[in-house]
Design a binder for this molecule. Structure first.
Ligand code: CTP
Length: 405
């Protein structure tokens, strides 16, 4: 695909290099268009070497090629990273005073802005209005990350990590309409990853969940405007999604405490985490050693079913109006195929939607792609085509939106 990476003049311009690299590594043809001030931060030669394409900022280079019209017309996706306050102001007004803004006017493909600026600039009414205008014109403007900015100040305005921008850009290539702002004003609680139940100070019972599907849900929901609390088990290696409140837990018991706390008043809870059904009844205070008190069996105690607890709480009126989504990782067996088991699970759990994945070698766990089915309590069944976990997340959120109170 032909990707245009526009680079605004902010200190985060250096992160655009990693983004360009990610696109070229995955086989895309990249054209970098910096603004004149972006070149104060990163040299033209760097972008030319990384993209293998010429780099210009103005409209008067290669005039016979008419680049100010052609590059935008031919693009499959335009990503602006970092999008500074000034660049977004110019784009919102429809200015065409350099090659990048001219390209934005001629592009008819999805456009993704990844803002980066100081918190005061991001929150200024002028920027807020410009972001609203860009969105009204059909562009996708990401929520920035919070955290350390240039200098010692912190707050919203940090450029989302290149990997996150790449993930959302890839999602827009899969599905141009994947990021509507239809979750604005909604509060979602999403669980991700797997729980670990300790046996002794060094060993645990765990599972193969990587957390990637739950993170993709949190990321896409936040970029669709939701206020998201992501409760995650054992996902230390995953980059925290931008504009998401992240709570780390280890055991099923901790997960339950966190879910019960955050679910109150939420519009929806999505239980993507793989929760251990059992925990060792006794946790040894010291490491279990060979030859000393060797256990023949490990007695297990059943953990509470968090999803079932949410459904009960709703029935009793404590979670009135909260939509509840469950996940099921299933394998077929002598008693039925994946869908038969999944239909029974939906009925048993009493949630509104059940996302079903068939699991097995190279499927669902740890990998970056997913597929499956989406079963609704109203009897609807939809196949989820194979694609990125972000694509599956966007389909699940599409089905969730009409169920919100
Ligand atoms: N789940 C939960 N609490 C548990 C176990 C599971 O909330 N103690 C949730 C998971 O987050 C998931 C759904 O229930 O959304 C289904 O998980 P799964 O492990 O497939 O369900 P089980 O009830 O364990 O079903 P079974 O063991 O019968 O397959």
């Amino acid at each position: 695909m032909r990707i245009v990476v526009g680079v605004g003049g902010g200190i985060a311009a250096y992160k655009a290099c990693a983004l360009v690299r990610r696109f070229t590594e995955t086989g895309h043809q990249v054209r970098v268009i910096p603004t004149e001030s972006a070149l104060q931060f990163v040299g033209k030669a760097t972008f030319e070497a990384l993209s293998g394409q010429p780099v210009n900022t103005g409209v008067f280079a290669d005039v016979p090629e008419v680049p100010h019209v052609r590059i935008g017309q031919e693009a499959d996706l335009v990503v602006i990273a970092p999008a500074t306050a000034d660049l977004m102001a110019r784009a919102a007004q429809g200015r065409a005073d350099d090659l990048l803004t001219a390209t934005l006017l001629t592009a008819r493909c999805p456009v993704l802005f990844a803002p980066a600026m100081h918190t005061e600039m991001w929150e200024h009414p002028a920027t807020v209005a410009n972001v609203a205008t860009l969105r009204a014109h059909g562009a996708n403007v990401m929520e920035p990350a919070s955290g350390r900015l240039t200098g010692t100040d912190t707050g919203p305005g940090r450029l989302p990590e290149p990997e996150e921008i790449f993930g959302l850009a890839s999602l827009l290539l899969e599905r141009a309409d994947a990021l509507p702002r239809d979750l604005t004003g909604r509060r979602l609680v999403i669980t991700a990853g797997g729980t670990r139940e300790p046996l002794d100070p060094v060993r645990f019972l765990g599972n193969r969940s990587s957390g990637k599907q739950g993170y993709a849900l949190a990321r896409v929901a936040a970029q669709r405007g939701a206020q998201v609390t992501l409760i995650a088990g054992n996902t230390i290696e995953l980059a925290p999604p931008a504009a998401v409140e992240l709570v780390h837990i280890t055991t099923a018991d901790q997960l339950k405490t966190a879910v019960d706390k955050h679910a109150l008043g939420a519009d929806a809870v999505i239980m993507a985490a793989a929760v251990a059904d059992f925990r060792p009844t006794h946790v040894a205070a010291a490491k279990i050693k060979k030859g000393v008190d060797e256990p023949d069996v490990i007695p297990l105690t059943k953990n509470e079913d968090i999803l079932a607890g949410l459904v009960d709480a709703r029935t009793e009126g404590r979670l009135a109006g909260t939509a509840i989504v469950g996940f099921a990782a299933e394998t077929g067996d002598d008693n039925g195929d994946v869908l038969t088991h999944a239909r029974a699970k939906l009925a048993r759990k009493g949630c509104d939607l059940l996302v079903v994945n068939a699991v097995g070698e190279g499927k669902a766990f740890e990998v970056d792609t997913n597929d499956g089915w989406l079963l609704g309590a109203d009897g609807t069944e939809q196949a989820l085509d194979h694609g990125s976990k972000a694509l599956l997340a966007s389909r699940v959120l599409d089905a969730l939106v009409p169920l919100l109170r």
